[in-house]
Design a protein around this ligand. Structure first.
Ligand code: ADP
Ligand code: F6P
Length: 324
């Protein structure tokens, strides 16, 4: 069915992620190429409520595909969880003639999009988060860049850790999701990986493992600790006291969220941005774009948010086996 969409808007929300700019560029240029007007909303849902809404043309997204962060800015806007605020957001969309809204963000941002969809605004989600923790998709914009950034940093720590025959506790991002920790754990050959999904880890077992690996002749002991477990400095002190092995903590922090996106993040973000606009043009309502089993697909936003995702136990087991 041909639809009546004339004007769409795009916003980025939640934690920024490398590749968001490539997605914004794709949304803006696809919309313009297909005869739509496109507006940019600055600072996520906060900017929507403050009506920070501007027309965008193709040149507004020049020279951004290679840049980290998001040119639209992002914000956390906790009040958007309130029904009255969501109604106001929907009213503002209508006032500005917005027939379709593309939301680039994580799980939380999807809930905002779902809320707007329930208020009659056709919101389409694009997965943008370094955490890879959106259940309906095997890929989220920014994960590839972030995990490669973390991997390279961990390689560097490992060099000095081996030279000094130390144990290193390296904290990576992921308050609720351990995908960066797991992928780095495998890719960096870590001896131990601590995931927020497995919060009740056994510190004595960790200590025993360090002692055992020393006896096996290992010169370093890398523990990848996800932010959701945290407390890396105190953990390092306890490990050193219990094992006698010099231990240092390194917290990688927000450097993992910045930097120029990888080819994969630019490519997938570009396809997803264009795909979202095509969904609006086709008249599809309240969808999220996903990459599943090797294909770009879309799901109903309610269905997508009801899905569950967990760390693959087999992969986690392999990580332990390979660090023997
Ligand atoms: P991410 O999108 O990266 O998961 P957050 O969880 O911080 O990041 O969510 C980003 C924003 O999405 C929040 O600041 C809020 O504005 C909006 N949001 C989060 N949860 C909800 C909710 N339950 N209802 C409506 N909006 C929400
Ligand atoms: O965007 C996801 C994320 O980087 C998580 O990995 C992390 O827990 C959180 O955001 C940090 O948020 P903030 O930028 O508020 O410190």
């Amino acid at each position: 069915m041909a639809n009546q969409v004339k004007t769409i808007a795009v916003l980025t929300s939640g934690g920024d992620a490398p590749g968001m700019n490539a997605a914004i560029r794709a949304v803006v240029r696809t919309a313009i190429a297909k005869g739509l007007k496109v507006k940019g909303i600055d600072r996520g849902y906060m900017g929507l409520l403050n009506e920070e809404i501007r027309d965008m043309v193709a040149r507004d997204v020049s020279d951004i595909i290679q840049k980290g962060g998001t040119i639209l800015g992002t914000a956390r806007c906790p009040e958007f969880a309130e029904l009255e605020v969501q109604k106001r957001g929907a009213e503002i969309c209508r006032k500005h003639g917005i027939d379709g809204l593309v939301v680039i963000g994580g799980d939380g941002s999807y809930r905002g999009a779902q809320a707007l969809a329930r208020q009659g605004i056709n919101a389409i989600g694009i997965p943008g988060t370094i955490d890879l923790d959106i259940a309906c998709t095997d890929y989220t914009i920014g994960f590839d860049t972030a995990v490669n950034t973390a991997m390279e940093a961990i390689d560097k720590v490992r060099d000095t850790s081996s030279s000094h025959e130390r144990c290193s506790v390296i904290e990576v991002m992921g308050r609720h999701a351990g995908y960066i920790a797991l992928w780095c754990g495998v890719a960096n050959g870590a001896e131990d990986i601590l995931l927020p999904e497995r919060y009740n880890y056994d510190e004595q077992a960790l200590i025993n493992n360090i002692i055992e690996k020393r006896k096996m002749g290992k010169k370093h002991h890398i523990i990848i600790n996800a932010e959701g477990i945290g407390h890396s400095n105190s953990m390092a002190r306890r490990i050193e006291a219990a094992t006698g092995v010099e231990t240092r903590a390194t917290i990688l922090g927000h450097m993992q969220r910045g930097g120029s996106p990888t080819c994969k993040d630019r490519y997938y973000a570009s396809i997803m941005g264009a795909y979202a606009v095509d969904l609006l043009i086709e008249g599809k309502t309240k969808r999220v774009v996903a990459y599943k089993n090797g294909e770009f697909v879309d799901y109903d936003i309610e269905e997508a948010l009801a899905m569950k995702k967990d760390i693959d136990e087999y992969h986690f087991d392999i990580s332990k086996l390979l660090s023997k």
